[in-house]
Ligand binder design. Structure first.
Ligand code: PXP
Length: 240
C-alpha cells in the first residue's frame, strides 16, 4: 500500500494570517503521525508565506517518520535543504504570484540546473523526487537526471469535470506505467481530496500520496489525527 504524506503548510498559513505563534505546524506534524501519516511534507517557499525557517528546523528535529521538503531550485533554498537534510526533497516550480503550485516542474527546460541540484542533494544523502506532469519527456528526463522518484501532478485530474476526467486519469495511469518501467519510484499529489482520491489510489504502483488542503480542511472539524486516519483508511481500501 502507498504511504500517506500529510502536507502541513496550511496550518502555518492560518498562523501567518495573524503573524502569531498558533497554530503550530510542528504540533500538526505530531498529530498527523498519531493519525497514521507515513511522511510529513512541507514546502519552504522563497517568500516564506507559510512554513518558515524555524518550522523547517524543528520539523527536522522532531519528525521521526519520513520528512519530505518541497523546494524550488532557488539557491538560497537549496543551501537550506543541504543543511537541513530532509529524508526527501521534492523539486517543485515556484511562482511568486501563484496561490498554490500550479503545475509540474518543467525538468526538460531546467535540466542543467536540475542536474546540478540533484547531484548536490545526493551528496547530502537526500533522496530526490521531481514533481512533474505525467508526460513522457518529463518522466524520461527525471530518470536521466538521476531522480529516484517522481511525484505525478494530479491537479489536472482534480480540476477536471465531466468528460475531461477520464483522459486525465488515463494520463496519470500512463505516466505511472512509464515511470515504473524506467525504474522510478512514483508518488502522486495535488488537489487530491476525500471525494476524488479513489480512482488514483486504486492504481497499483504508487509509493506515496502527498495530500494537504483537503486533510487540513477536514481537520478543522474532526481534528488532524482523525482526518489523517480517515484518508489512510481510503487509501487502504482503494487497493483491496
Ligand atoms: N504535492 C506537491 C508537490 C505540492 O506542491 C502540494 C501543495 O503544496 C501538494 C502535493 C499537496 O497539494 P494539496 O494541498 O492540494 O493536497
Amino acid at each position: 500500500m502507498a504511504g500517506l504524506g500529510v502536507n502541513i503548510d496550511h496550518v502555518a498559513t492560518i498562523r501567518q494570517a495573524r503573524r502569531t505563534v498558533e497554530p503550530d505546524p510542528v504540533w500538526a506534524a505530531a498529530e498527523a503521525v498519531l493519525g497514521g501519516a507515513d511522511c510529513i511534507t512541507f514546502h519552504l517557499r522563497k517568500d516564506r508565506r507559510h512554513i518558515n525557517d524555524r518550522d523547517a528546523r524543528l520539523l527536522r528535529e522532531t519528525v521521526r517518520c519520513k520528512l519530505n521538503m518541497e523546494m524550488s531550485l532557488d539557491e538560497e533554498i537549496v543551501q537550506i535543504a543541504l543543511d537541513l537534510r530532509p529524508d526527501q526533497a521534492t523539486l517543485v516550480p515556484e511562482n511568486r504570484q501563484e496561490i498554490t503550485t500550479e503545475g509540474g516542474l518543467d525538468v526538460v527546460a531546467h535540466s542543467v540546473r536540475m542536474g546540478e541540484v540533484v547531484r548536490r542533494l545526493h551528496g547530502a544523502g537526500i533522496v530526490v523526487s521531481a514533481f512533474i506532469d505525467p508526460q513522457e519527456e518529463q518522466i524520461r528526463t527525471s530518470s536521466e537526471l538521476r531522480c529516484e522518484a517522481i511525484e505525478i501532478h494530479t491537479g489536472t485530474y482534480a480540476n477536471a469535470r465531466a468528460e475531461a476526467v477520464e483522459p486525465a486519469l488515463a494520463s496519470i495511469r500512463d505516466g505511472l506505467g512509464l515511470a515504473l518501467e524506467v525504474g522510478l519510484v512514483v508518488h502522486a499529489g495535488h488537489g487530491l481530496t476525500y471525494q476524488n482520491v479513489h480512482p488514483v489510489a486504486a492504481m497499483a504502483g504508487f509509493t506515496e500520496f502527498n495530500i494537504g488542503h483537503s486533510i487540513i480542511s477536514r481537520a478543522v472539524f474532526t481534528g488532524l489525527r482523525q482526518a489523517t486516519a480517515d484518508m489512510k483508511h481510503l487509501l487502504e481500501r482503494a487497493l483491496r
